[in-house]
Design a protein around this ligand. Structure first.
Ligand code: ADP
Ligand code: MG
Length: 255
């Protein structure tokens, strides 16, 4: 299988008034088409920096990023980015919010609007099209934010701690929800999280990062012996705690 996204030997520092802050060192990993991969690492280790590089918002100082063997800066693929805050606009209805990306990028076509309708119906927001964001629960808002991102038909979805603003209960439900949607839409996705359980429950593979400057400590394919592997069910898999303990040890090597 050829790699869809490939990072090779990425190095990156921030240059500030107080000097150089090394953020990433020799980062290499790849993603296959349709795969759901998580990046797990301590706070401040460089996870968001990696996503910003892939989104093209930052340029690496060292190394290369390619998508389908094309250097990132020449690649035509659409990349979707979902952040911790849902960035829904209160003065727009949910419908006006979910088509915002299409509007800004001048990509509104009948087919795309039909797809938005379908996504809203499939994922339980059809009745809320004319509602405003404050009328929705945190979970529904995150679903609306995901639909807005999926409306652009991204080939790659980047998720930067998208559930961390939610309380624990809601977080479990929303990550289950969002995980199912991403799988159903066969979306290639890279999730950043510092929550080990969230990573295990949602991913096909986990990349564990070290403290700052981030290096790749190890890659762990997640294979859970469970029938209907939704993020919620995955937490009940017999092997779940073994994965947890292994990743915990990788993150805390001196304990
Ligand atoms: P994470 O997402 O894993 O919490 P980040 O990628 O945001 O980590 O940050 C990695 C390191 O780079 C941290 O030490 C952070 O303080 C530093 N950093 C991030 N952005 C900037 C910036 N714009 N200028 C200077 N330092 C930064
Ligand atoms: Mg971050």
């Amino acid at each position: 299988m050829t790699d869809f996204l490939k990072l090779q030997d990425i190095g990156m520092s921030y240059h500030t008034m107080d000097g150089e802050i090394p953020a990433l060192s020799h980062i290499s990993f790849s993603l296959n088409k349709g795969e759901f991969v998580s990046l797990v690492g301590p706070s401040g280790c460089g996870k968001s920096t990696i996503l910003n590089l892939i989104a093209g918002l930052l340029k690496p100082e060292k190394g290369t990023i390619t998508i389908q063997n094309t250097p990132l800066e020449q690649s035509q693929v659409t990349i979707g980015y979902m952040l911790q805050k849902d960035h829904l606009f209160e003065w727009r209805t949910i419908y006006e919010n979910v088509i915002l990306g299409l509007e800004i990028q001048k990509k509104i076509t009948k087919d795309r609007l039909d797809r938005v309708e379908q996504l809203l119906t499939d994922y339980g927001l059809a009745a809320f099209k004319q509602a405003h964001p404050s009328q929705l629960s945190g979970g529904m808002r995150q679903r609306a934010a995901l639909i807005r991102t999926l409306a652009l038909e991204p080939s790659l979805l980047l998720l930067d701690e998208p559930f961390s603003a939610l309380d624990y209960q809601t977080r479990l439900h929303v990550s289950d929800d969002i995980g199912k949607i991403i799988k159903k839409e066969k979306q290639t996705a890279l999730l950043v999280t510092h929550d080990i359980s969230e990573a295990i429950s949602m991913s096909d593979r986990i990349i564990v990062l070290s403290n700052s400057p981030a290096t790749v400590r190890c890659e762990i394919p997640v294979i859970l012996d469970i029938e209907d592997k939704t993020p919620m069910n995955a937490r009940n898999a017999p092997d779940f705690k073994n994965y947890f303990n292994r990743i915990w040890k990788e993150l805390n090597p001196h304990e």
